[in-house]
Design a protein around this ligand. Structure first.
Ligand code: ADP
Ligand code: MG
Length: 359
């Protein structure tokens, strides 16, 4: 019997997304190796090689040991990514890692956004306030996550203090939108151009951090088709391979794009138990050139554990819960795990939203 060669996949990063990719990889003919630091949480399931992700030569040496490379974070310098056999490609990552080209790209693709303007000085900020209106959010163009790198402005007099607080770095100012809900669409595109979509997910944030994801979004109606059309446009425009997540604001029957993540996404963790094929497995299938798996899904809720992981004893009293402990040291505001549950278990979900301080 001939043996098909196993694909060696290198992940730049070794945090919880790499951990869950490596777990999904066990079901496929792939070998996963992560570039990170000793003690990073993916070490529990995959080898982690010590690599400084800011060091282009070190990353290139790591990439030379594998067939292809993928990322768990878009915040990797473009010069480091250059020349790698990278999925998704460096252009897609470059756009998604900088809010200015990202928002401009949405508009080029015919997708609405909040009003925005680039800000590189206090004078720019004062002008931008006039064009976007107030209230508005000043966001760093790069490296923002979990609401970090954002300052809210309510009055024109807030400009000087906001410019100092953000650290006088390249930013965009965005007008604050009033929205009915925040949703995300997760899709995967394979090397042959095959695309699969998950159902729209409703996301609840507090202090800029995702707390709860509910799939499917209950009021999707025509929005699912609209989101899929936007997603297809972006995936094809970028010749994208892998999983992509797009966050939208819902305003009536209109979607406005907020940001996109060129990787598996926190709002898709529920797919591990809720879908026939998880976002993690479909990402690996896509980049390894395999056929994508079914995204048929059951209504499911995911609760993030922020700063504190409940004990096994506590969660075991609720056998309907699936507990994911990333094995990370607890720190305030840090994502250390998540719980997944069938959406029909409303009493258990409400109880755990209370215990996790979400309501
Ligand atoms: P991050 O990279 O931290 O996820 P986001 O741009 O998604 O940054 O902002 C975090 C959260 O802040 C969003 O999920 C949303 O709740 C709120 N937010 C961001 N931009 C806007 C906006 N233009 N109008 C209203 N709320 C916003
Ligand atoms: Mg976001």
């Amino acid at each position: 019997m001939t043996q098909t060669a196993r694909t060696r996949i290198g992940i730049l990063g070794a945090g919880q997304l790499a951990l869950m990719l490596a777990e999904a990889g066990r079901r496929l003919d792939v070998d996963i190796i992560c570039a990170g630091q000793p003690g990073d949480c993916a070490e529990q399931v995959a080898p982690v090689v010590a690599v400084d992700l800011d060091d282009a030569a070190a990353v290139a040496a790591f990439a030379a040991q594998v067939d292809l490379v993928t990322i768990e974070s878009e915040n990797i310098d473009a010069t480091v990514l250059h020349g790698l056999n990278l999925y998704p490609n460096a252009r897609a990552v470059g756009i998604a890692q900088d809010r200015l080209p990202e928002k401009s790209f949405f508009q080029v693709c015919g997708i609405g956004t909040a009003p925005f303007a680039p800000v590189d000085s206090l004078q720019d900020l004062e002008r931008a306030i006039v064009s976007t209106g107030l209230p508005a959010i000043l966001k760093t163009r790069r490296m923002g996550y979990d609401g970090k790198g954002q300052v809210r402005l309510h009055r024109p007099e807030d400009a000087a203090a906001a410019w100092e607080e953000i650290g006088r770095v390249s930013c965009i100012l965005e007008g604050m939108l009033r929205f009915d809900a925040e949703v995300s669409l997760i899709a995967a595109r394979g090397r042959t151009g095959q695309i699969v979509f998950y159902p729209l997910i409703e996301n609840h944030h507090r202090d800029g951090i995702l707390r709860t994801s509910i799939a499917p979004y209950a009021h999707a109606s025509t929005l699912q088709a609209q989101a899929e059309a936007y997603m297809t446009k972006i995936l094809e425009e970028l010749d994208y391979v892998g999983v992509l997540a797009i966050e939208f604001f819902v305003q009536g029957d209109t979607l406005r794009a907020n940001e996109m993540a060129p990787r598996v996404h926190n709002s898709g963790h529920w797919t591990i138990e809720g879908s026939k094929t998880s976002q993690f497995e479909n990402h690996l299938r896509a980049i390894a050139g395999m056929e994508l798996g079914s995204t048929e899904s059951r209504p499911t809720v995911m609760l993030n554990c922020i700063g504190m992981m409940p004990s096994v004893e506590e969660t075991a009293q609720f056998p309907v819960l699936f507990r994911h402990d990333y094995g990370k040291e607890s720190r305030p505001g840090r994502k250390v795990g998540h719980l997944t549950c069938a959406a029909s278990e409303t009493t258990v979900i409400a109880e755990w939203q209370r215990r996790l301080g979400q309501i």
